[in-house]
Design a protein around this ligand. Structure first.
Ligand code: HEC
Length: 282
């Protein structure tokens, strides 16, 4: 008996020492991550007034807004950014009818093959085609953009922290450098060909400012202010990244409802099964 107990104790002590041994270097060498200078320029993302329609547990798509956002993407962003994971037929989810989607697809030129010579050409898009890339390859994209690469936007709101608010902020972040920040980092400068943007991780971004008042003429007559366009294109890019976002939230509610019902039923059947039993007399 005592030998067994001793064995267990020794085992515990040895494992304890091993655990400490593995943890100690980490504890002693821990240093908080160093914050690069440009942190001084970074602030929290801004949000549209009242938030996005799809925010929160009861969030919904604003279909008119998604359609406006698509218009901004088509008329502005698509000059440099692809949307390779989205097909034209997906636009039906934004409330376009089938003939409208067909017409919309046909208004884009997608890569094709000349039926006679077999050479690469372009042809009008079909609903089953995916959005075409504005450049044939990355080298061409970089050559046209001061060696920066305009990323595909299909998943961008998922690929960045607080993605929707980030894209919304980025589109409107081409402000002046705050003199107080400049005082903290006097060596800061924006090289030629780049633009100061306080929301971009590198502070200086290769994308020129995009949104100017009345840049697009909205089909639904909404006034095209930069805030409006930023909000609309962000909503559209949130949809491209997660088309099932609203459905997911709604499913959550029905799942909770079902679980509550199942709990009530389980409780009632428990009552029913034990109804005939009397507690033992003490
Ligand atoms: C003239 C070409 C051009 C147009 C038009 C353009 N962009 Fe860009 N965009 C760029 C380039 C270049 C980059 C890469 C910037 C960098 O790496 O410094 C970029 C980067 C981005 C990024 C990624 C930032 C990050 O965190 O990496 C987002 C988001 C973006 N653009 C959104 C948009 C939206 C929305 C529009 C339309 C309203 C748009 N862009 C129009 C050239 C463009």
């Amino acid at each position: 008996m005592t030998i067994r107990l001793g064995g267990i104790l020794v085992g515990l002590i040895i494992s304890g020492i091993l655990v400490l041994w593995s943890l100690l270097p980490g504890i002693f060498n821990y240093a908080p991550p160093e914050r690069p200078d440009y942190y001084a320029f970074q602030e929290k993302n801004i949000q549209p007034e009242g938030g996005f329609s799809f925010d929160g547990p009861l969030g919904r798509w604003d279909y008119a807004q998604l359609q406006r956002g698509y218009q901004v993407y088509k008329e502005v962003c698509s000059a440099c950014h692809s949307l390779k994971f989205v097909a034209f037929r997906n636009l039906e989810q934004l409330g376009y009818t089938e003939p409208e989607v067909r017409a919309e697809a046909a208004s884009w030129q997608v890569p094709g093959i000349d039926p006679v010579t077999g050479e690469a050409t372009t042809r009008p898009g079909e609903p089953t085609d995916y959005f075409p890339s504005p450049y044939p390859n990355e080298v061409a994209a970089r050559a046209a953009n001061n060696n920066a690469y305009p990323p595909d936007l299909s998943l961008i709101t998922k690929a960045r922290k607080d993605g929707s608010n980030y894209v919304y902020s980025l589109m409107q972040g081409y402000n002046e450098v705050d003199p107080a920040d400049l005082a903290k980092s006097p060596e800061f400068e924006t090289p030629a060909g780049l633009y100061f943007n306080e929301y971009f991780y590198n502070i200086n971004i290769a994308m020129p400012p995009q949104l100017y008042p009345d840049l697009v003429t909205y089909a639904d007559g909404m006034e095209a202010t930069p805030e409006q366009m930023a909000q609309d294109v962000t909503a559209f890019l949130t949809w491209t990244a997660e088309p099932s976002l609203v459905k997911r939230k709604q499913t959550g509610w029905s799942v909770i409802g079902f679980l509550l019902l199942a709990t009530a039923l389980a409780f009632l059947s428990y009552k029913q099964i034990w109804a005939g039993m009397k507690p033992k007399k003490k």
